[in-house]
Design a protein around this ligand. Structure first.
Ligand code: PMP
Length: 435
């Protein structure tokens, strides 16, 4: 694309930063809640723009972990002593709190997992693998993270089902015109990202689920919400899906804890997956009966402390109001998209229209390698990500071996985006790239 074409490209014009520009949140105040943001990197203040990989943790989350271990630590569900009762109550209270984040009142519909990846694997192994047959179709999209692709490859290999993909168009949106053609009677599952971790595209899941219900009611709709739940109001019911997965560490909570939220019907249909303590009702030497969901899918001692930490993160996040959180990070990603798209040597991925993108911007420089850029930015204290972002097939589809990504959170400011751009330009000069 020539420079003229780039400047008149409607997508780029649409990306002009809004006049009522953010920050929506009081960033200085928010930053005081995050101890790590006080540190320096290579003698520079930390500019943390790798939030799509993992977010930093506020003091209230760290305190909740310490408090749990100092005051309430015990194993859950089986002890008849005070600490066991307190730990159980804290764990089940956390389940209610986290389910509430996606508007679900019934906590038995939330299974704690390690992360999004484990939640999607649970769906693949416990729901799909036992019931799919040769000739059945698993429908995915071209923009999936490996964690919503590889588990389905396992299922396809095990059952003889076939993988098919909703393509993306040139703007980084899903080509939904193809959906009618793809929704054949043999499709059993549609599993898709709510927000792409590379393109930033927010997919119209509710509209897609509605179309599925109307034309292919046999299809179960599963949603990878890893990049949406932390940044925008998400209602399970409004999405109209059967199951939804997200990770605690991407929403200011601890690592090692995530969630699968599903309809009660879907959880009833799932076979037990991991076997062991906690998930049983009765056991004989030869056979067992199982506890009802969600415990049926939580074999072994669960990650109690991190569930409690995640509940503290949800409470913290909700204290801002999810609508304001969404406006804040959306403004930042729009502003960054616009600043990057102005650079004639930069290919900026995904849609630029207002409201169409999640809290991240991915870009590829015509000359500088993303790893070189990320390394040089780190010398400036700026943390971004470079590589394929666990989306190798998407990068192949885009004709890129790798890309660089800046991603935003509650504590990022417009000045930090400016800092990113200045640092990028400095890095390019260092690498001897053309202007
Ligand atoms: N899906 C998407 C869209 C993601 O961005 C990520 C994390 N990069 C995952 C799934 C996997 O998340 P986790 O590693 O926490 O399981």
């Amino acid at each position: 694309m020539s420079t003229d074409e780039r400047l008149t490209d409607p997508r780029r014009l649409a990306a002009r930063p809004p006049a009522d520009f953010c920050p929506v949140l009081d960033v200085e105040r928010v930053r005081r809640d995050f101890p790590i943001l006080r540190r320096t990197v290579h003698g520079r203040p930390l500019v943390y723009l790798d939030n799509a990989a993992t977010t930093q943790k506020p003091r209230v989350v760290i305190d909740a972990l310490v408090r749990f271990y100092e005051q309430h630590n015990a194993n859950v569900h089986r002890g008849i002593h005070t600490l066991a009762e307190e730990a159980t109550e804290a764990y089940e209270q956390a389940r209610r709190r986290v389910a509430g984040l996606v508007g679900v009142d019934d906590p038995s519909r939330l299974v704690f997992t390690r992360n999004t990846t484990e939640a999607l694997n649970l769906l693949a192994h416990a729901w799909a693998a036992p019931r799919l047959a040769p000739g059945d179709v698993i429908l995915l999209t071209e923009m999936e993270h490996h964690s919503n692709l590889v588990p389905w490859q396992f299922v396809a290999r095990r059952t003889g089902a076939e993988l098919r993909f909703i393509p993306i168009d040139a703007t980084g949106h899903l080509d939904l015109d193809s959906l009618d053609r793809l929704l054949t009677p043999r499709v059993r599952v549609l599993s898709l990202a709510h927000a792409s971790n590379v393109l930033g595209t927010i997919n119209p899941v509710a509209r897609i689920a509605e179309q599925v219900r109307a034309s292919a009611p046999q299809v179960r709709v599963f949603v990878d919400a890893a990049q949406s739940v932390p940044h925008m109001p998400v209602s399970f019911a409004a999405l109209g899906c059967d199951a939804l997965a997200f990770s605690g560490h991407k929403l200011y909570g601890p690592t090692g804890i995530g969630a699968l939220v599903a309809t009660s019907e879907l959880l009833q249909e799932c076979d037990p997956w991991l076997g062991g303590g906690e998930m049983i009702d009765t056991v004989t030497f030869t056979t067992s009966t199982y506890a009802p969901p969600p415990l049926r899918f939580e074999a072994g001692t669960p990650n109690v402390a991190d569930a409690v930490g995640l509940a503290a993160a949800v409470e913290y996040l909700e204290s801002f109001g999810m609508e304001r959180v969404w406006q804040h990070t959306q403004c930042l990603s729009e502003y960054a998209w616009h600043r990057l798209a102005e650079l004639p040597f930069m290919r900026v991925l995904g849609p630029g229209e207002r409201g169409s993108r999640a809290a991240l911007v991915t870009f590829a420089d015509a000359e500088a390698h993303p790893h070189d850029l990320a390394t040089l930015l780190d010398r400036d204290g700026v943390a971004i990500r470079a590589g394929h972002h666990c989306a190798m097939p998407l990068h192949e589809r885009l004709g890129l071996p790798s890309s660089a990504r800046a991603s935003f959170g509650l504590y990022n400011s417009r000045e930090e985006v400016d800092h990113l751009i200045e640092s990028l330009l400095r890095a390019r000069r260092f690498l001897g790239c053309h202007d």
